[in-house]
Design a protein around this ligand. Structure first.
Ligand code: BES
Ligand code: MN
Ligand code: ZN
Length: 486
């Protein structure tokens, strides 16, 4: 993996990366002021190149300038936009890929050092991410990035945080990208056990189907019933001494969503191995909280199941008895996510009694209909919790937008024979799904938030810190948010 080193100065780097920002209106892009390097003659040369170029300074833009016989032999002019954390992250991602054939590059940092470094380091690590299952040799990748800064010691902690954040995001990406032929509920639970092993401060409990039946997790058992691989409930607990706040995170963990008997058509099914992206994000964030020793208790619940088609699959019209006793009528087995989440939320409220409850789920296609490909939908009745989550998500370079828990649609959840109808065909899909979940939040109703992350959990292209495929959405925002509690 890419090594990142903080250095005060570099003796004659082969390739020196200089940050470039937009100039004023009608002015060419200009060098951003840096604390260390370059020398005056290099600076003058770069300024001349910029003046004669069409570079705009937009984050991620890159131009190589060769200096035959010179030291540095190559200058890379890297657009860093406004020089803030988000733009540096975008630039870092582009740089990691452009530097694929380099053994080492040296980067001069501009702007506020902590924010710039955090963005750059996360961008470099995440932008270099690859998921490949092949016997062919590794593709070349950038081996080492030196970052020039006036005070390496002062930034060591920031770099460590950025590294853990990126590593956990990549863990979530790996799990989500993995084909479902490998990734069944047992395999996923084993991966968590492996990641948590050797950490006495992390407690893991994995419930098997028999235990789920004994305790009444009817939603998880119904959804998982059609698969040859039984469902699991993963409970991972980070419990630091002296923690004053207890957060429960819940993540949807459908290892493959065929739709069940209400089977999906081909185009809608092809990527449904990603339907455990919520579980991957909350589990990785919890491992990250432990790694960073965040002083907040985090219990994570990941209901894991494969929504398969078989003679033992649940059917449209079945009535499900959820954990805690509420019943629901399902007329579309493709609305399976809310059924497994309902059990986990009810269990959290009754047994864990946390201060705050947050769930992440690739819950509805309607998320993308409403907000496009990049934004998750956030729901909460608690303005402070909603704002805190939105702030953290945005600061971490992710995106979410708040949508209403509109009581207008509650009537759609009515059933003649059960407490609730789980899959009404009417109403705003993402909102109605959130309203259904709310019914299971009991007295935590106003300390709960739900994130429908179907859209941003996957990227169709490679851009900035995102690489085509699973994005690991939620890990960065959650870690940022958890770091503010305590
Ligand atoms: N896993 C899907 C939602 C989804 C769609 C995630 C596209 C990522 C990309 C979910 O289980 C589902 O099938 N939802 C249905 C609900 C409907 C049947 C009420 C949907 O959104 O169509
Ligand atoms: Mn579904
Ligand atoms: Zn699903």
């Amino acid at each position: 993996m890419l090594a990142i080193r903080l250095v005060r100065g570099s003796s004659e780097p082969a390739a020196l990366v200089l940050p470039v920002r937009p100039g004023g209106p009608d002015a060419p892009a200009e060098l951003a002021p840096t604390a260390v390097a370059p020398d005056d003659d290099v600076r003058a040369e770069a300024t001349a190149v910029l003046a004669a170029s069409r570079l705009t300074g937009t984050a991620g833009e890159l131009r190589e300038h060769l200096r035959p016989g010179g030291r540095p032999a190559r200058l890379w002019l890297l657009g860093v936009g406004d020089g803030g954390e988000r733009d540096w992250r975008t630039a870092g991602g582009a740089l990691a890929r452009a530097g694929r054939d380099e053994t080492q590059i040296t980067i001069a940092l501009s702007g506020e050092a902590t924010a710039a470094l955090r963005g750059l380091a996360e961008g470099l690590l995440l932008g270099a991410y690859r998921f490949r299952l092949t016997e062919a040799g590794e593709r070349p990748a950038l081996a080492e990035a030196q970052i020039l800064t006036a005070d390496p010691d002062a930034l060591a902690g920031t770099l460590a945080t950025a590294r853990t954040t990126a590593e956990m995001t990549m863990l979530a990406r790996d799990l989500t990208n993995m084909p479902a032929s490998t990734k069944n509920p047992r395999w996923l639970a084993d991966q968590v056990a492996q990641a948590a092993s050797g950490r006495a401060d992390l407690h893991l409990r994995v419930r098997e189907p028999q235990e789920l039946a004994a305790e009444g997790f009817g939603g998880l058992l119904a959804v998982g019933g059609g698969s040859a691989q039984g469902p699991r409930l993963v409970e991972l607990d980070w419990r630091p001494a002296g923690a004053r706040t207890h957060v429960v995170l819940v993540g949807k963990g459908i290892t493959f969503d065929t739709g069940g008997i209400s089977i999906k058509p081909v185009p809608a099914m092809k990527l449904m191995r990603k339907d455990m992206g919520g579980a991957a994000a909350v589990l990785a964030a919890t491992l990250g909280a432990a790694e960073l020793r965040l002083p907040v208790r985090v219990t994570t619940l990941a209901p894991l199941a494969e929504n398969a088609v078989s003679g033992s699959a649940f059917r449209p019209g079945d009535i499900i008895r959820h954990y805690g006793g509420l019943t629901s009528e399902s007329t579309n087995t493709d609305a399976e996510g809310r059924l497994v989440l309902a059990d986990a939320l009810a269990y959290a409220v009754r047994e864990l009694k946390p201060d705050l409850l947050v769930d992440l789920a690739t819950l509805t296609g309607a998320n993308a209909v409403a907000l496009g490909k990049r934004h998750a939908a956030l729901y909460s009745e608690n303005d402070t919790l909603a704002d805190d989550l939105l702030d953290a998500i945005s600061a971490a370079g992710e995106r979410a937008w708040r949508l209403p828990l509109a009581d207008d649609y509650l009537e759609y959840l009515g059933s003649d024979i059960a407490d609730l109808h789980s899959s009404p065909a009417r109403g705003a899909g993402s909102v109605v799904a959130a309203l259904f979940l709310r019914e299971f939040t009991g007295d935590l109703r106003d300390r709960w938030a739900h994130l429908d992350m179907s859209a941003p959990s996957w990227s169709d292209d490679t851009n900035g810190e995102l690489v085509k495929g699973a994005t690991g959405w939620g890990v960065r925002g959650l870690l940022r948010w958890l770091a503010t509690l305590g």
